[in-house]
Design a protein around this ligand. Structure first.
Ligand SMILES: Cc1cc2nc3c(=O)[nH]c(=O)nc-3n(C[C@H](O)[C@H](O)[C@H](O)COP(=O)(O)O)c2cc1C
Length: 194
């Protein structure tokens, strides 16, 4: 990506729920950054449960499509609801597919922005930590940013958009750090090419 090019971002939540607050956060971010990024929110519903018998060319078509989209993206944005003090299974499953082949997958060295939501007053932090651990294991590069945990998210989303200015500021801050990392990498690639 050059300085004048738009960043290609892929967003995932792991919530399949109509009216998902996490998807609302990503929709809001896609609009906020529309001037500088093509932000695709990926539907994980068609992605089947991970099965190691179906790797490489045997991957199911929805998995191939997901992996191709991650590969083509400059960065990934994950906004996950905390489920049972961890990552929702739907997102975890997608990351398991995307993490193969181990250490050389489409996730290896990919810049990733992470944030978490919770309907409760205290949730989200454990999900965020577990995302970091899982992403580390696949050599993804979680961008350093002020942590974004959107608690009591039902009070902060209206009409499918994140309307709480404080939470939106944190969420935008994480994406800005992701874009900064993407621009730095593009600059380094140009410098290396001479
Ligand atoms: C199976 C399940 C487990 C949950 N576990 C937690 C939890 O551990 N901590 C928490 O804060 N919220 C938990 N919740 C509440 C979700 O964070 C909340 O329903 C959230 O709004 C779901 O995200 P969504 O709006 O994007 O679908 C859980 C919800 C479900 C359905």
């Amino acid at each position: 990506m050059s300085e004048t090019q738009r960043a290609r971002l892929i967003g995932m939540t792991g919530s399949l729920r109509a009216g998902s607050y996490s998807n609302a956060v990503l929709e809001t971010l896609a609009e906020k950054f529309a001037a500088v990024a093509d932000f695709t929110i990926w539907d994980l519903a068609p992605v089947p449960p991970y099965n190691q018998d179906f790797e490489g060319d045997k991957r199911p078509p929805p998995v191939k499509a997901l992996l191709a989209a991650i590969d083509a993206a400059d960065g990934v944005v994950l906004c996950a609801p905390e489920f049972n003090h961890s990552i929702p299974g739907v997102l975890r499953n997608a990351l398991d597919w995307a993490s193969r082949p181990a250490f050389t997958s489409v996730m290896a060295y990919k810049p990733v922005a992470i944030m978490a939501t919770s309907r409760g007053p205290l949730g989200g932090a454990r999900c965020l930590e577990h995302m970091k651990v899982a992403l580390d294991s696949m050599l993804a590069r979680v961008v350093l940013a002020r942590e974004c945990i959107i608690t009591a998210c039902a009070d902060k989303v209206r009409d499918g958009r994140l309307v709480d200015e404080t939470s939106l500021g944190f969420a935008c801050g994480v994406v800005e750090e992701l874009l900064r990392e993407i621009r730095l990498r593009a600059g380094a690639s140009r410098a290396a090419a001479g």
